[in-house]
Design a protein. Structure first.
Length: 398
């Protein structure tokens, strides 16, 4: 069946959204330039403005609409209300019957865009649909955001079979027997990662951090690299305090390890991290890394400690073990394959598991790809256009 959609609006607000929407925007532009008759629109809410620019620059994307919604210490309810109103106003310029809005994941931006689209009678494609922890407050507010989006979406693009089954279980697919609304596509994060790896190969990123890692590895035959990230709201306060104590102990007990921590700009993370970790010699606090550099850091890491969803998807593709500082995950596939492990914010567990992984004699990386083969954007747009989706070409053990 031919698609009725002539205008594709891609909504982005946060860094992960920009990374995961970028392959779709590039594929939509390719189809447009090949004569598909599409109007491709990028709408940015500016939720993570400083962190968006380098991502958009890497993928040669310039927002067509920029709402500049972010304010310091803005509450979720204020951001949500502003986003619904402003996105709705922007969407009023497009014919509702011929427009589809692409929202990704589970952010406040995505939920507000889906709701604004619903109010305007505009169809929604939910990219990375069907992820669940079945705990409404963990992660917060993401679990409820994605459930709300699921009820509003017209087309669902689950990245894995388990995500597709969650949609069926929760009865969010509009026509339960209509597979055209709910087909496994893979995750566009793998598309973005493969693009970034190719560009890093052609033009290796340079930074003081990467130079320090190079010097560290030259100076120590037993050198290890631990990459750290953290930003989840549910870990604010006591959770991060416990994680930071664990990181300090790991740095002290493993002088061969250099810990690199690109600190999130949220003051609930940045201030406490600097206070707890700022004086540790083999622990480098630095601003958030641009995506090519971050990919280079992941590729070189011996261990990653994170609460990020995207890193849980990217690291298995690179063969890097991950300790997740969360008690639940909506990404069970890598967990089942043993390359990702939940440790929560428990100080003792984090320290002991890091020690075990760092002392592993087996250096061979376990390359698995449970989240895609790099063609998710192609499949999702085929789904939207009513065309057959490409078969998967998985890596081993995926």
């Amino acid at each position: 069946m031919a698609s009725v959609y002539k205008t594709y609006v891609f909504v982005i607000g946060t860094r992960p959204e920009a990374i995961k929407q970028a392959p779709l925007i590039l594929e939509a532009r390719r189809l447009r330039d090949a004569g598909a008759g599409l109007n491709v629109v990028v709408l940015s809410t500016g939720q993570h403005r400083e962190m968006l620019r380098p991502i958009l620059r890497l993928f040669d994307i310039e927002p067509d609409i920029d709402l500049d919604l972010m304010e310091p210490n803005q509450t979720l309810e204020k951001l949500t209300a502003k986003a619904v109103v402003e996105i709705g106003a922007a969407l009023a310029d497009f014919p509702s019957s011929e427009t589809i809005v692409f929202v990704q994941g589970d952010t406040t931006t995505a939920m507000a865009a889906a709701l604004a689209s619903f109010y305007k009678g505009i169809s929604v494609c939910h990219v990375e649909a069907g992820l669940r922890t079945d705990n409404p407050t963990n992660p917060f507010p993401e679990e409820m955001n994605r459930r709300i989006i699921g009820q509003l979406a017209t087309i669902h693009a689950p990245p894995t079979q388990s995500a597709a089954e969650n949609l069926l279980r929760d009865y969010v697919v509009p026509a339960i027997n209509d597979e055209s609304t709910n087909q496994v596509a893979g995750n566009t994060v793998i598309d973005a990662l493969k693009i970034a790896l190719d560009r890093i190969e052609e033009n290796p990123p340079a930074s003081e951090t990467l130079e320090r890692i190079r010097s560290w590895k030259i100076s120590r035959k037993d050198a290890k690299l631990i990459l750290v990230t953290g930003h989840r709201r549910e870990n604010f306060g006591d959770g991060f305090d416990s994680v930071f104590r664990a990181l300090a102990r790991i740095a002290g007990e493993h002088p061969e390890a250099l810990l690199v921590y690109p600190v999130h700009l949220n003051p609930n993370v940045k201030g406490p991290a600097e206070k707890a970790l700022g004086e540790i010699k083999n622990l480098l606090l630095r601003p958030p890394a641009e995506y090519p550099e971050f990919v280079a850091l992941m590729k070189q890491a011996d261990l990653i400690i994170t609460d990020s969803g995207g890193v849980q998807e990217e690291a298995p593709f690179l063969g890097v073990p991950v300790l997740v500082t969360r008690t639940t995950t909506e990404r069970p596939e890598a967990l089942a394959r043993g390359v990702v492990e939940l440790v929560g914010t428990d100080e003792e567990k984090l320290v002991s598991r890091a020690k075990e992984l760092l002392s592993r004699s087996d250096k061979q990386r376990q390359l698995v790809s449970p989240y895609g083969d790099g063609r998710a954007a192609e499949r999702i747009l085929a789904l939207v256009r009513g065309q057959p989706m490409a078969p998967f070409e998985w890596l081993p053990d995926a």
